[in-house]
Design a protein around this ligand. Sequence first.
Ligand SMILES: N[C@@H](CCC(=O)N[C@@H](CS)C(=O)NCC(=O)O)C(=O)O
Length: 230
Amino acid sequence: MIRLVDFGGKGRHRFSPYAWRTKLALAHLGLDYETSEITFLDKSALAGVSDHTQAPVLILGGDVVTDSWEIALYMHATFPAKVPLFADDGQIAFAAYLNAWVPRVLYPIILPMIAVDVITKILPEEQTHYRKTREARLGCSLEEAALNRTALTQDLSAHLEPMRAVLAQSPFLNGTEPGYSDYILGALFLWIRGTSPFQPLCAHDPVAGWRARLFDRYSDLIMATDGYEW
Ligand SMILES: N[C@@H](CCC(=O)N[C@@H](CS)C(=O)NCC(=O)O)C(=O)O
């Protein structure tokens, strides 16, 4: 049985954007798995398994795979599927670009929008750690960062313009069916859904339509966790 080490939050809030990539990929492949969780301060679920301190980690037999991208490649190689996570090497190359682009370009836009809400979805004993580390990263308080939400939304929207061009050609980034590229971007919106009522997309934005299609496809998985619907 596959074991996934996820990142735990308050109640049923599960918001790690990296772990969501893996959970969407597991659902895509129709794989059953059991879950254990780490948090910022409690890594005991990984004790004796790995000295890695971040989620996700995938464990299968003697294989311990860390880092969401490595996990995606491992799953792709290990579990053949009618609709694979990557249709061909070109899709692996495209997704590798997204894997590098999203955390460097989009995460720094999203974090200041929602960090003030994320802190309310983590365990009380972790909030001091979260505030200290994120405020150091943001260079201001979580509350001050959120004041800039409108400008950040415009910035995000501009960066999503190429995605709109692709979505004008096909319902998913991957084509007619979603694939790992969709999960890299989709996980970003699951990070937001799991933490913040803030809506950074207009209802008529094609990216909002794609988000709805993706969330609908995996509604059982997503609706089993707490979040804000829009
Ligand atoms: N590059 C890693 C990043 C993983 C990561 O940053 N995970 C966060 C949750 S979103 C984490 O576990 N943080 C715990 C900590 O830093 O203590 C991946 O793709 O898996």
